[in-house]
Design a protein around this ligand. Structure first.
Ligand code: GLP
Length: 255
């Protein structure tokens, strides 16, 4: 794992946006794995700035989002479809027919999950997977106890995840109980992974992911097995790392 510790949240978002832009410059046909959540809003803002400046093009890229809530159609204001349109898709030149999310309102969510997994395989798997980190160590919606070999499927959300995401909904009880999520096995097939974690609320999960035992009780810890994984943290999220000095010696300033 390459651990980059940046000064603050804005700096970490800029670093992640830079890694994505570099990848797209090297391989404009990259299959991007995209994430949602508060952390990504700033990453996408920085990508849009680059796009407007003419330094980041998505015209030939394909994208697959990590997850979607079961029961929410694309037009639901809290769906990840709407999130992606608002925070990225409506502002860049990614072709609509190559931007994919699981359909949360599919009549048979498990069949939809299997279709989605097959579509990722057919696209040649993910080239660069962007990830956030759940306070409980989840990636996508792979909650603790998820199989480390899992494929895209329907998962029940942990109560703590529903509480953490309640801020995006009008009422806490509106947060769906189920989601379709890429599996951990799906994520591990990505050729490159960039995980971003910001703020003190992620410090414990970040320490378990980077320095703890590989375990389904912290799904993100499986990234220790990935050959090309970069973790971008701000100082607050890096607070619990025992080897922080070492990471900062290797990558001064998180570069
Ligand atoms: C949700 C998403 C995850 C994301 C996590 C962290 O649970 N399914 O993919 O990593 O939120 O979100 P935030 O950045 O808002 O802390």
């Amino acid at each position: 794992m390459r651990i980059l510790v940046r000064t603050d949240a804005g700096d970490a978002a800029e670093c992640a946006a830079g890694l994505i832009a570099e990848r797209l410059a090297r391989d404009p046909k990259t299959v991007l794995g995209l994430a949602t959540g508060g952390t990504m809003e700033e990453v996408y803002r920085r990508l849009i700035v680059r796009h407007r400046a003419g330094t980041c093009r998505f015209a030939e890229a394909t994208s697959f989002n990590l997850d979607e809530y079961v029961g929410l159609g694309a037009e639901h204001p809290c769906s990840y479809w709407r999130y992606m349109r608002e925070h990225l898709f409506d502002h860049v030149d990614l072709a609509a027919e190559r931007a994919h999310l699981p359909r949360g309102d599919a009549a048979d969510p498990q069949a939809e999950a299997e279709r989605y997994e097959a579509a990722i395989v057919a696209a040649g798997d993910i080239g660069l997977q962007l990830l956030g980190l759940g306070p409980n160590g989840h990636i996508g919606f792979n909650e603790p106890s998820s199989s480390l070999a899992s494929l895209t499927r329907v998962k029940t959300l942990a109560r703590s995840t529903r509480e953490a995401n309640a801020r995006f909904f009008a009422r806490a009880e509106d947060v769906p109980r189920l989601a379709i999520t890429m599996g951990i096995g799906t994520i591990l097939r990505a050729r490159e992974v960039v995980l971003v974690a910001i703020g003190p609320g992620k410090a414990e999960a970040a320490a378990r992911m980077i320095e703890g035992a590989v375990s389904a009780s912290c799904p993100a810890s499986v990234l220790q097995f990935h050959r090309h994984c970069t973790v971008v943290l701000d100082r607050a999220a890096a607070e619990g790392l025992a080897l922080r000095d070492y990471y900062e010696d290797i990558h001064p300033g998180g570069c």
